[in-house]
Design a protein around this ligand. Structure first.
Ligand code: SAM
Length: 216
C-alpha cells in the first residue's frame, strides 16, 4: 500500500490542482470581479464546485444562506439544487445584495428562485421555520457563528446539510499556537458539531475549509 504523502509542497500542489481544475465560467468570473471591487472574498472555485455537488446530492429544494456576498455561493448552490428550488439568502449589506442580484440576473435565474433578505442574520434566522430546510450555508464570519449554528441545526429537515465556510479560518485552525478569537470559535464549532448526536460531521480541506454536517 502507498504511504500517505503529507509533504507540504505536494499537498499544496494537489490542493491548488483540485481548486482550479473546473475553472470559473463567465457568470462566476464577473461576480468575482464585483467582489474584488467591493473588497469581499467569495467562496473559492473548489468550494463553489463542492456546493453544487452537495446541493445536488441532497436534492435540495429549500436552501438558506447567511452571507450572500456577490452571489458566487448562491449561484453555485442553485446550480446543483432542484429546478424549483428556492434560496433564501441573508446579508446585512445592501450593496452586496445589489451585486448578488446582478450575478443572479447574469445566471438568468427567475426572480422567484431567490428570496433576498437585508438584515442581521442573528435577527432573521429565528423567524425561519423549524425542520424545513434541506441545506443551510453559513459564510458570514465567526462573530455570531454559535447562534447561526444553533439556529441552522433547528431549521434543518432530517437528512438536511449544514455547511460552514472558512472552517479552517484561513489555515489558522491546525496551528495550535494560534489563539485568535475567530480561530478558537471555528475549533469550538467543529468540536460541537462532531459531538452532536443529531449530526454526522466532517471537515473538508476544500478552499479555506468546509465543515459539513448531515442532520440525522
Ligand atoms: C465572505 S462574504 C460572503 C461571500 C458569498 N458567500 C459569496 O460566495 O459571494 C460575507 C458576507 O457576510 C455578510 N455578513 C456579515 N455579518 C453578517 C450578519 N451578521 N448577518 C448577515 N450578513 C452578514 C457580509 O456583509 C458579507 O457580504
Amino acid at each position: 500500500m502507498k504511504a500517505l504523502n503529507t509533504s507540504p509542497t505536494a499537498k499544496h500542489t494537489s490542493w491548488a490542482y483540485a481548486e482550479q481544475h473546473l475553472g470559473d465560467d463567465p457568470v462566476l468570473q464577473a461576480a468575482r470581479d464585483l467582489a474584488f471591487d467591493l473588497g469581499i472574498e467569495p467562496v473559492s472555485g473548489g468550494t463553489a464546485a463542492t456546493l453544487t455537488v452537495l446541493a445536488a446530492a441532497v436534492q435540495a429544494k429549500t436552501l438558506v444562506e447567511v452571507g450572500t456576498g456577490v452571489g458566487v455561493s448562491g449561484v453555485s448552490l442553485l446550480r446543483g439544487a432542484q429546478l424549483e428550488a428556492i434560496l433564501t439568502s441573508i446579508d446585512v449589506d445592501p450593496e452586496h445584495l445589489h451585486a448578488a442580484r446582478t450575478t443572479f440576473r447574469h445566471e438568468q435565474l427567475p426572480a422567484r428562485r431567490t428570496r433576498l433578505i437585508t438584515g442581521h442574520a442573528e435577527e432573521v434566522l429565528p423567524r425561519l421555520a423549524t425542520g424545513s430546510y434541506d441545506l443551510v450555508l453559513l459564510d458570514a464570519g465567526t462573530e455570531n457563528l454559535p447562534t447561526f449554528t444553533a439556529e441552522s441545526i433547528r431549521m434543518l429537515a432530517p437528512g438536511g446539510l449544514l455547511i460552514i465556510n472558512d472552517a479552517l479560518d484561513q489555515d489558522q485552525v491546525p496551528r495550535p499556537a494560534v489563539r485568535e478569537e475567530s480561530t478558537q470559535t471555528m475549533r469550538e464549532t467543529e468540536r460541537l458539531l462532531r459531538e452532536d448526536d443529531r449530526l454526522t460531521t466532517t471537515l473538508l480541506g476544500t478552499g479555506t475549509g468546509l465543515l459539513v454536517a448531515v442532520r440525522r
